[in-house]
Structures are given as C-alpha cells and as structure tokens.
Design a protein around this ligand. Structure first.
Ligand code: GLU
Length: 546
C-alpha cells in the first residue's frame, strides 16, 4: 500500500504538515516547575459536581505552581450538545470562583493556543490524521453500524474476554486495497478513520500522580480517530490538544483509565512527551449504609445548578472539596482559622484513591463555619449577589433597609462562641425574614405555660418600663423584675427544684418575648434583635400582645 497516496486520497485538502502546526503552538515560556492544566467539559447542559471537583484540582495544580489553567470545550459529541450549554459551563465555573487564564469565554476565545472549542480545531486534527495515514498508522474503515453490531454479537456469542474492534475483526478493513478504498470513496460511502494498533500482548507502566505506578496491558484496539463527519473522538482530540496546548497535567475522572492505553500509544506514535495523568475518583455518597456513585437521577446535589439555586456559598464548596481531596485540610484549617483556603498547600500525592465521599451534612457544617467567619459586610455582599439572581423580592427588601440588614447579619457575632445561623443564601433569606414586617411570619405558638392574662400583663409592664437605650444588662434586669412580679421563677433552677412555687420560669417568659418579636421560639438574642429592629418596630410588634 502506498500510504502517501492513501493520505492524499483521504485528506486532499490538507496541505499543512505537523511541523507547521507545531510552529503555531510553540512550547510555552514558563518558569521551570510551572504547570499547565485544563478542564475539558462537554457542553451537555448538565455541569456536575465532578466537573468542579476536577476543576479545583487542576486549578490548584496550575496556580500553586505559577502556571496556566485553561478551559477547553470538548464539543466533539454533537448528539449530546445542548443550546446554551457552553455558557452554562462558563457561568457555573465563574460562580464558583474558578478562574481561567485562557480558553473559551462567553465572548469568544482568550489565549494563544486556541481555538479552545474542539469543533473549531477540525483542520488541526486532520493534519495529524493525515500524518498517521502517511505513516501507515491509520486507515479508513467503511463498516456500517449493522456490520459492527454483528461483530459485537459474534464476540458475545463466543464469550470472548475482550470485545471490540481488534485483531482478526479488523483485518478486512485493514487490508482494503487503495483501489477498493478509492472506489468506495468515489461512491460516497461514509468512512471513519481508525488507528492501526500495534497489536501485541505487551504491558506498559505509567505513573499517575494520584494513583502511583500503574501497570497495564498495551492497547490492541483499532479505535476510531475521526468519525464519519471528520470530527475527532475524545481519544484523538485529547492527545492532539493536550500536546499542542502544552498541558503538563491531565486531571480527569477514573472512567478514562480503561482507555489510557490508547492515549499512551498515540502519544508514543507521535513521539510526544506524555502529560502527567491524574485520574480522580468518582464521587460517592453513603446511601442506606453503603457507598454508591452519585447519580444524576437520584441525587439533585450532583448538579452544580443545585448549589447555585440553594445559594451554597462558593467558599464552603471549595473548603468542602478541599477536605475531600486532601485529608490534612481540616487540620490546616484549624491551625489557620483566618487564612484563605487559597493558601492551603494542596498536593496531588495526598489525595486518596479509595473514593471521594460526598456528605451534604458535612458541607453544611463547613458552610456554617465559613459564613460564621465572614464579617457582616462580606455576608451582605454575597447575599445580594445571590438574591439578584434567585430572590429579587428579598433583594428589594435588603436594598430598602440596608442598615437594618447589615446589623441583622452582625447579630451574635461577638463573644467567644459566635452564632452560626447561616447555612446557605436561600436559608439566610428565610432566617432574616423576621426582621422585616413585609416577610414576618408567626411560625411558633406562644408558650402554653403563660396564661393570656399574664401575657397581657407582662407586655404592658414591659413596654411601660422599656427604654431602648438600656444596655443588655439593664434590659435583662427589668425582664427579671417583671417575671418575678408576675410569679415566674427568675432562676430556671429554682423552678426545676420547686415548680409548684411558680407559674413558670423566666425561660418561658423570654420565649414568649422572643416569639412575639420574631415569630420564632428559637432566635438570636432578644436585646440584640430589638436593637436591629429599632424602638418603633420593637414596640409595634410587642404592643400587639399587650
Ligand atoms: N470531555 C471529557 C469529559 O467530560 C474530559 C475529560 C478530560 O478532562 O480529559 O469527561
């Protein structure tokens, strides 16, 4: 077979050589040790937590080393592509504070190694495809879907251990003559370009930065490089792009381990250095006592959109994922409570290979801590951002009462054990709703221990003696005094000891007061809340019960 003739027949329009392309993508001039990483999401419209998980790893590996982190859109599978999906990926990454140095953006491409959308790189892949054909490493295959299915069925019927397009199954296609191929092409028969595998029973070793040394059988499959529409498969596009874009590390899911041998063989055939592979574990959760993969159907928390809609704070997601990624993160956080998570020395070597466990409760606890550490101004700015997208009504309230909102966000922040009332922005809106008459809801009943008569008497006395400028101590002294006058134990332990001597305890009284003021028995400090609401609102709310 004259491979040059075959190459010209298959790719008559390709005039550039691989050297020409290499010149367009020169090695990057970066300091020694600077890593180049990327994420390569497919625009399916569904961005999942795994995308963010891998993005965080890749981002850290690049930016901690002073390198480059870029976004490549892997849109080679047009069956899966959904309108607007590229924007969805870009927006989701921006929402979670994942910043790229180059790559696809909502306004086009940014960077010298583009295009960063694979469908726009078709001509580039064809240059390398032609080179493979010229060198006897690739050939056209005209088998129809039906013929391929028949091969698969034969293999299954024969109970073959390895199934796929290899060995004797590839022979007919491999051995077509140039004349035969020309005739089929002239007749308009569709073809795919297949890789001509080495086909031996050797093994190879490779060191994965997360999994350590891997020892695997070499590839034997004549896998597809270009589909019948000329668009590359993931396998081919990955190798060409990560070479040309000069990725030093490829962070991707463990589902790619099974085809790693194909990628390795392709890199070797081209004579290119391989990137350092980092195969991450699939996210799992505990369900009914056992571990299982997160599923798109069963687990809403797999979709990144879920975190956006719930308003789960991005810092919390980062901290949570860093905890899952590096077991020493929590220790580091305890030792560095005020540091930004970006200062944590992330390391690929410390990643566990026994699976990544997702735990919503843990994420929520981290979120409470993270928000608890923020000052009120920071919380307000996050809240406004989220509300501007997901709760415009509440945004209008916040903007109508900016001082009150800021004060409300500062409640319970002083003291040795600051309150951790806020889990996510959606819940924060609900939590804050009692500060505004517009959203106030009487959620809890008044304590049953206090009669209507006592309740009225209490609020009448309370309002008569209320002085807004009282400090917390003076205020509480008055509450105690009124409780005492009405026959309620001032010390809860006295009531516990001799309940028959009292109508109730001060705890019932303060619960009543809190419920009147906030609509809830469980709320922050009454004195502090009154000072957020202001005298007028405080008196109006309590006056209803007097
Ligand atoms: N498009 C691939 C995926 O979505 C990317 C894998 C990679 O990062 O190489 O799984």
């Amino acid at each position: 077979m004259d491979y040059q003739k075959l190459a010209d027949l298959l790719f008559p329009d390709v005039t550039e050589t691989r050297e020409d392309i290499e010149r367009r993508f020169p090695p990057r001039s970066l300091p020694a040790g600077a890593n180049v990483t990327r994420i390569g999401p497919s625009p399916t419209g569904f961005v999942h937590l795994g995308n963010l998980y891998n993005a965080i790893i890749a981002e850290r590996v690049a930016h901690q080393s002073g390198g480059v982190f870029y976004l490549r859109i892997e849109d080679t599978d047009n069956k899966r592509e959904v309108e607007g999906a590229v924007e969805t990926v870009i927006n989701a990454m921006a929402y979670f504070d994942v910043h790229f140095d180059e790559g696809a953006t909502s306004t086009g491409d940014n960077g010298a190694y583009g295009p960063y959308r694979q469908r726009q790189r078709k001509e580039i892949y064809h240059v390398f495809a032609k080179w493979l054909v010229q060198n006897g490493k690739a050939y056209p295959c005209f088998l129809t879907e039906e013929e391929l299915t028949a091969i698969r069925e034969e293999q299954l019927a024969n109970k073959e251990i390895v199934t796929g397009f290899f060995g004797k199954y590839a022979e007919v296609s491999r051995n077509l003559t140039l004349e035969d191929i020309s005739a089929r092409i002239a007749a308009g028969q569709p073809w795919v370009l297949r890789f001509r595998a080495e086909m031996n029973d050797k093994r190879f070793t490779i060191t994965d930065a997360i999994r350590g040394k891997l020892d695997m059988p070499c590839n034997i499959m004549d896998f597809v490089l270009l589909k019948s529409d000329g668009i590359p498969t993931y396998h081919f596009a990955h190798v060409v792009d990560d070479h040309l874009m000069r990725s030093t590390h490829v962070v991707r899911g463990e589902e790619w381990l099974s085809t790693l041998s194909m990628h390795v063989e392709l890199f070797d055939v081209f004579g290119w250095d391989k990137p350092i592979y980092c195969h991450t574990s699939t996210l799992q959760k505990i369900d009914g006592g056992s571990k299982r993969k997160l599923s798109k159907r069963k687990d809403p928390e797999l979709a990144l959109a879920f975190y956006q809609q719930e308003g789960i704070c991005k810092e919390a997601i980062w901290e949570f994922l860093l905890t899952v990624l590096n077991s020493n993160f929590e220790e580091w956080r305890a030792a560095n409570p005020d540091a930004s998570y970006m200062e944590f020395p992330f390391s690929l070597e410390k990643m566990s290979t026994s699976g990544a466990l997702f735990d919503m409760e843990k994420l929520n606890n981290i979120a409470k801590d993270v928000i608890g550490r923020m000052d009120a101004e920071t919380v307000l700015s996050h809240l406004k951002n989220w509300c501007s997208e997901y709760n415009r009504e509440f945004l209008a309230l916040i903007e109508q009462y900016p001082d009150r909102t800021l004060k409300a966000l500062g409640v319970g922040k002083q003291g040795a054990k600051p309150r951790k009332d806020f889990v996510n922005w959606k819940q924060t809106c609900e939590f804050l709703s009692f500060y505004f008459d517009e959203t106030f809801k009487a959620q809890d009943d008044m304590p049953a221990e206090i009669s209507e008569e006592d309740r009225k008497a209490f609020f009448a006395k309370y309002l008569a003696s209320y002085a807004h400028e009282d400090d917390a101590e003076a205020w509480f002294a008055k509450v105690r005094q009124i409780s005492d006058e009405l026959g309620y134990a001032v010390k809860p332990k006295d009531y516990k000891k001799n309940p028959e001597n009292y109508k109730g305890s001060i705890v019932h009284v303060t619960n009543m007061l809190r419920t009147a003021l906030t609509g809830m028995a469980n709320a922050p400090d009454i004195w502090e809340i009154s000072h957020v609401l202001g005298e007028e609102l405080t008196r109006a709310r309590l006056g209803k019960w007097a």
